[in-house]
Design a protein around this ligand. Structure first.
Ligand code: FE2
Length: 179
C-alpha cells in the first residue's frame, strides 16, 4: 500500500488531490493554468459549434450541418484527456460552468440569428486562435519538460488546424446566404 506520509497529505481536504509528480509544483502549476484555459476554451467552442450546427440554414445546410457536427465531436473529445493531464500533474482541473465562463477566451455568441457565412468565419477565427493558444501551451510544456502534455497537444494542434482549413475553404467567397 502506498504511503502518503512523506507528502504530508490530509485525505480530508484538497491536499488529498496532490497526485505525486516529479516536475515540481511551480512547473505543474504553470502548465495547469494553461491547460485549464484550453479545456474551458474547448467546452465553449464545443457549445458554439453545436449551436451553429443546430441553427445552420441555407443552400449548403447539409454539408455545413454535418461538418460542424464532426468538428464539435472532435473538440469535445479533447476535454477529458486535457483535464486528466492536469490531474496527473497533481493540480486541480476545471470545476464548473462558472469557471468556464471566467477563463475561456472564446467569444460568446448568443445572437438570435447568424447567417451561414458569418458562422463559418467566426468558427474559423476561433479555431485559429485556439491553435495559437495550444502552441503557446506547448512551448511552456517543452520548457518545463512535460513531454506527455506536449505530445497530446501536438495532435490537437493538427486537428485544430484541419478544422480551420475546412472552415476557411467553406467560407471562401460565401455570401450571407451561404452561396
Ligand atoms: Fe446533431
Amino acid at each position: 500500500m502506498a504511503s502518503n506520509q512523506s507528502r504530508g497529505r490530509d485525505d480530508t481536504s484538497v491536499e488529498a488531490l496532490n497526485t505525486p509528480n516529479d516536475l515540481g509544483d511551480n512547473a505543474t502549476a504553470e502548465i495547469a493554468s494553461e491547460i485549464n484555459m484550453l479545456v474551458a476554451d474547448a467546452f465553449a467552442l464545443y457549445v458554439k459549434t453545436k449551436n451553429f450546427h443546430w441553427h445552420m440554414s441555407g443552400p449548403h445546410f447539409r454539408d455545413y450541418h454535418l461538418m460542424l457536427d464532426e468538428q464539435s465531436d472532435q473538440i469535445f473529445a479533447t476535454t477529458d484527456p486535457l483535464a486528466e493531464r492536469v490531474r496527473k500533474l497533481g493540480q486541480r482541473t476545471l470545476h464548473s460552468i462558472g469557471q468556464i465562463n471566467t477563463i475561456s477566451r472564446v467569444k460568446n455568441n448568443d445572437a438570435e440569428f447568424v447567417n451561414p457565412a458569418d458562422m463559418l468565419k467566426e468558427l474559423c477565427a476561433d479555431n485559429r486562435a485556439m491553435a495559437a493558444n495550444m502552441r503557446r501551451a506547448h512551448e511552456i510544456c517543452d520548457d518545463k519538460k512535460d513531454v506527455a502534455t506536449a505530445s497530446l497537444l501536438e495532435n490537437y494542434i493538427d486537428e485544430t488546424e484541419r478544422r480551420t482549413w475546412f472552415l476557411f475553404e467553406a467560407a471562401r467567397g460565401a455570401d450571407a446566404t451561404g452561396h
